[in-house]
Ligand binder design. Structure first.
Ligand SMILES: Cc1cc2nc3c(=O)[nH]c(=O)nc-3n(C[C@H](O)[C@H](O)[C@H](O)COP(=O)(O)OP(=O)(O)OC[C@H]3O[C@@H](n4cnc5c(N)ncnc54)[C@H](O)[C@@H]3O)c2cc1C
Ligand code: SF4
Ligand code: SF4
Length: 1008
């Protein structure tokens, strides 16, 4: 019986919600987020569902959690614990108070290397734990694909499973204890049952007697596969899993909370069982001519004792080949054009003992009629690259444009290996009958294949989803598998728990919930009393029949988003022509909707994305947070004018337009471009500030201003002037500004360096060794020597150079205008530049630039400004200085004698160079210097990002970004030459580390 304190999420009044926010603000030290935009950002996980929470608490400490639970209990408000929110089934969405553990509750509380255990807080990310364990030769082996963002609390909540579960088991096999708060506030230590006392022992007795009461149903109905994560683990007292939960057959009560999806208790800390880090790994990639053969082979391959057998099918292979970040890695794994590949990994203590395993695999495939089908990878780097592609599998698949998307609801059914081939065949037939198809990938070793049929949830997706789910569940039953094999139940599979286990076990699960959480405080509607999977009111994209149909607000975009405004055929995945969709925002909203909430942007690895999240750890300052806010705004869910409102501005304010997401977001969410679109609309409504004008119009006034350099440079020498510039223009008084000089490139350039400085093209221009030097505003005005250095190097290497000049001014790409949202002016500028460069491009002459953000504008934004084919022609010939040199070296045309260097060289890649894969040419070119061993600093954005770091409002965030890795790496190498091609990167390095960084062209010139 529910008692009178029972929480009812549907009945939380506005008053209770208001009181909740007030009390959280006054009684906790956490961030209390109750505004519409924040709630909207926490309304989704990586599923198809969306439920707006009552509010969000980001606790500063565990005490904040305790206080929040007390307040929630008082006010009868439900609570939803949250990690990275990367769940695929909707278990991390709810009309509750969301408590986000990721910002502060992320410490390793202790490691016992001898006992091989670690105790951690729930918000700690798996990769971060493993980074700390490496020194002990240990790791936590539940290696989920989302290891860079998934938290240990979330992983335990879902009973997550990694690619190597065949060797190490799931979460439930690797959790030794959980300290958790119950809904009455009691802290209970869940651990080995034999040692339990007090409340924990009572709970164990209760569950034991429940299990005993339905022991025959447990034996009869419980799926016997290892990959079963549905419901609560009632079988802890009578293990039904292929792999026992404990190695000694004992019972551990913590396993009851594993997979409970936050419905039983709030985890405070977890004690984890660690494994020895394998010292060596080898990988065999088996290429199959047909998909069925790959499925049929899995049962034989597992007998060789691999640590992983993972499937990548043809569609995913093709998608990886299309993705510039993955293409070469994928190519290296293929023999011909396979229909599927299996990644078969063996690990152990040394490579020598593993290599024969690869030979056994080759022999086995020969026996199975597939000789010469294995690519053998013994080196670590290529293996890691391939695993990265496999881990990005789902995300690669989600990059499909159009309204139809691969939907997860039967994506992790598990069947015994001997039935895998038949199961996949028959499910494929189900898809075909329902007018769709699915891409298969993942854990062939344990019979859990991920597959997501393509459905359009705005149209008939829900009906098809239901029909497919019904048929898939029957197949799973026929093959004695588990309907929920990895990602949990949540909203999409909760409904099937009773189906899987039968009514008696379902009642027992309800009794467990009642016993541990009698007031229903924790995550209501999950596992117990779940809604229908196709309840239209819960969808992120509701169809016309839903209570709140998803509608886009008409917007006339300033950039061309037509590439997203398309339809995709759900069976063939053929995408219609750009602009052929029916989006009233001409593709902008569809580009925004590409974010599927997988949370990949919550990362801290060697990539760039997302620098503002890296320093704030706020959901708002994350690519996903921004995309969600944009989606809610352009669909009217934050009010009619939200797209140009202040909440939207604040959400995009710390986006440094680094373009990290453009390359690293697996679905290609390009927030830098979206920010330009937003700023144009926002500024059109609210007006431009003096700072906007000062920055945007820089290219127009530099020529005149440089005549007064001595006067303008006083700003950096007189504190009063610096303070004035802060008050008037918002430029931080703590920052130095670029130094003005009268000898700009256009005044000082040595005429003998160039064959032409006109927008003309003579016969000489089309020679094999010719190039156009595009001199941008920054290098041309503030660092003339960079442009001259590039010209001298190219001249010394025998190139005929051109640099088209504009009478009385200079050509500019329009970047400063874009950064201020003045898109019309940017189009004019870029249009002029494109016109000036077009004759050269048409003649096949390379256009060489120095400043990454300016040159790469020609390959990026200029293509969506409506400049047509001429912009595309110019883009094809636009190269950064090092890209050009590397290309010419490759073509055997570049001859240059350079003196040697005897100092280390550190290289910082500009974010846009990284986004366009243009960093390795820098290293290649520096390697032309005798004795040079250039080393790339692993950095995200330097934090300067155009004018961002100069602004008083951003200087602290800017410096924090620089301190994350760039400045410490430079300080740690006092004798090194620092190469940085970005103007603002060099400035940040000078300001932050008091070191002069140089453009690569300058370094080469100094060695001529
Ligand atoms: C692209 C992609 C790939 C994926 N690959 C895998 C994979 O390989 N293997 C796999 O198993 N899963 C995978 N998943 C699913 C998901 O990433 C994992 O389940 C992950 O472990 C969830 O971690 P999280 O921190 O995001 O948890 P969340 O989504 O934030 O939370 C998960 C559940 O745990 C509960 N919870 C969180 N913290 C607490 C706490 N302190 N106390 C009580 N309950 C809590 C939540 O309420 C929720 O019910 C994948 C998802 C995506 C999008
Ligand atoms: S922005 Fe990209 S990386 Fe981030 S959650 Fe969305 S799709 Fe994933
Ligand atoms: S452009 Fe950079 S800062 Fe902006 S969202 Fe993308 S990764 Fe983050």
């Amino acid at each position: 019986m529910p008692d009178d304190r029972t929480v009812n999420s549907g009945a939380v009044t506005n008053e209770a919600s208001h009181a909740l926010a007030q009390r959280l603000r006054s009684e906790t030290r956490g961030d209390v987020l109750f505004d519409d935009a924040s709630r909207g950002r926490y309304a989704t996980d990586a599923s198809i569902y969306q439920i707006i929470p009552l509010g969000v608490l980001v606790p500063r400490s565990d005490d904040d959690v305790a206080i929040a639970l007390d307040i929630a209990r008082d006010l009868k408000v439900p609570v939803l614990p949250r990690g990275a929110g990367s769940s695929q089934c909707g278990q991390t969405t709810g009309a509750a108070l969301v408590i986000d553990c990721t910002k502060h509750l992320r410490n390793v509380l202790g490691v016992d290397p001898a006992a091989r255990t670690a105790t951690v807080q729930p918000g700690l990310v798996l990769d971060h734990l493993n980074a700390q364990l490496k020194q002990h030769g240990l790791w936590y082996p539940v290696d989920v694909s989302t290891s860079a963002q998934a938290t240990l609390g979330g992983m335990a909540g879902n009973n997550s499973c990694g690619s190597r579960s065949i060797a190490y088991g799931n979460m439930v096999h690797n959790v030794l204890g959980i300290e958790a708060r119950l809904s009455d506030g009691a802290i209970v230590d869940f651990g080995p049952v034999a040692a339990l006392t007090g409340r924990a022992a009572q709970i164990a007795d209760f569950v034991r007697s429940l299990a005993a009461q339905c022991s025959s149903e447990i034996v009869a109905n419980w799926p016997k596969v290892m990959r079963r994560v549905a419901g609560y683990n009632l079988d802890i007292f009578d293990n039904q899993s292929e792999r026992p939960y404990t190695s000694d057959g004992s019972v551990n009560l913590a396993h009851l909370l594993v997979g409970a999806e936050g419905t039983l208790a709030f985890m405070k800390s977890l004690k984890l069982r660690l494994s020895k880090l394998p010292r060596a790994k080898v990988l065999g990639i088996v290429n199959f001519p047909t998909f069925r053969e790959s499925m049929a082979a899995a049962q034989h391959i597992v007998k060789l004792g691999p640590t992983a057998v993972e499937l990548v099918d043809r569609i995913m292979i093709e998608l990886a080949l299309e993705n510039p970040a993955f293409r070469s890695t994928m190519e290296s794994a293929l023999i011909g054009r396979p229909a599927a590949i299996l990644l078969v990994e063996f690990s152990g203590d040394d490579k020598a003992t593993l290599l024969p395993k690869l030979k056994e695999l080759v022999a086995l495939m020969g026996d199975l009629g597939l000789p010469d089908s294995v690519v053998e990878l013994a080196d670590d780097k290529p293996q890691k690259n391939l695993w990265d592609v496999r881990k990005a599998g789902l995300n690669i698949m989600m990059s499909l444009k159009g309204d139809g998307k691969p939907v997860s609801f039967i994506e992790d059914c598990a069947v015994p290996l001997e039935h895998l081939a038949d199961y996949t065949d028959r499910l494929t037939e189900v898809f075909t009958r329902n007018g769709t198809h699915g891409t298969w990938y993942a854990h062939a070793s344990v019979g859990t294949l991920h597959v997501r049929p393509i459905l359009d949830m705005r149209r008939d997706g829900a009906t098809k989803m239901r029909a497919i789910a019904e048929e898939a569940s029957e197949l799973v039953r026929a093959y004695k598998g588990a309907y929920s094999g990895e990602h949990g139940d949540g909203l999409c599979r909760g409904e099937w728990i009773a189906w899987q286990f039968g009514p008696r076990i379902n009642d027992a699960l309800r009794a467990i919930k009642q016993h541990l959480d009698p007031i229903g405080l924790f995550n209501p509607g999950k596992i117990i009393d779940p809604p229908r999977m196709d309840d239209a009111s819960l969808f992120r994209f509701q169809s016309a029949s839903g209570p709140k149909p998803y509608k886009r607000i008409p917007i006339k975009p300033v950039l061309d988003w037509s590439a997203w405004n398309v339809h995709a055929d759900p069976v063939t995945e053929v995408v219609t022509a750009p602009g052929s969709g029916d989006d009233v925002t001409a593709g902008f909203a569809m580009a925004v909707e590409m974010c599927n909430n997988n949370g990949h942007c919550r990362k801290f690895d060697a990539g760039t994305m997302c620098p503002s999240y890296r320093v704030t750890r706020d959901e708002q300052h994350l690519t996903r947070g921004r995309a969600n806010t944009l989606r809610l705004a352009v669909s009217g869910q934050l009010g009619p004018d939200a797209f140009t409102g202040d909440a939207m501005y604040e959400t995009l304010d710390l986006c440094v337009s680094c373009k990290g997401c453009r390359r690293e977001c697996p679905t290609g969410v390009d927030m830098a471009k979206m920010k330009v679109e937003f700023l144009a609309h926002y500024k059109a409504r609210h007006g431009w500030t003096p700072k906007d004008r000062l920055i945007a119009k820089l290219p127009d006034y530099v020529r005149a201003a440089s005549r007064f350099s001595w006067l303008l440079n006083l700003r950096d020498r007189m504190p009063a002037l610096a303070r004035f510039s802060e008050r008037r223009f918002g430029l931080s008084a703590r920052r130095s500004l670029p130094q003005w000089r009268s000898d700009t490139f256009w005044r000082a350039a040595d005429p003998s360096l160039f064959a032409t400085r006109e927008q003309t093209i003579g016969a000489k221009a089309v020679g094999a060794k010719s190039a156009v030097l595009f001199v941008d505003t920054f290098n041309g005005t503030f660092e003339t020597e960079n442009a001259l250095a590039a010209a001298r190097v190219l001249k010394a290497a025998g190139y005929v150079l051109h640099t088209p000049e504009k009478r009385g001014s200079h050509y500019c790409c329009g970047r400063t205008y874009l950064a201020s949202g003045m898109v019309d002016a940017a189009k004019r500028k870029a249009g002029e530049l494109v016109d000036a460069l077009l004759p050269f491009a048409e003649a096949g002459v390379a256009i060489v630039g120095l400043e990454p953000s300016c040159l790469l504008t020609l390959r990026d934004e200029a293509l969506v400004m409506g400049l047509g084919d001429k912009a595309r022609t110019v883009a094809k010939h636009a190269l950064l200085f090092e890209e050009f040199v590397a290309r010419e070296v490759e073509a055997d045309r570049f001859e240059l004698k350079l003196r040697a260097v005897d100092r280390p060289i550190l290289v910082h890649g500009h974010c846009h160079q990284k986004a366009f894969d243009a960093v390795s040419p820098v290293l290649d070119v520096l390697r032309l210097i005798p004795g040079a061993k250039p080393e790339l600093i692993e950095t995200s954005c330097c934090g300067m990002a155009g004018s961002f770091g100069y602004e008083a409002a951003h200087i602290d965030v800017s410096l924090a970004m620089a301190e994350a890795s760039l400045l410490p790496a430079i300080r740690a190498n006092p004798g090194a030459i620092v190469v940085a091609d970005g103007t603002s990167c060099r400035h940040q390095i000078a300001d932050g580390a008091q070191r002069a960084a140089v453009h690569a062209a300058r370094l080469l010139e100094s060695l001529l």
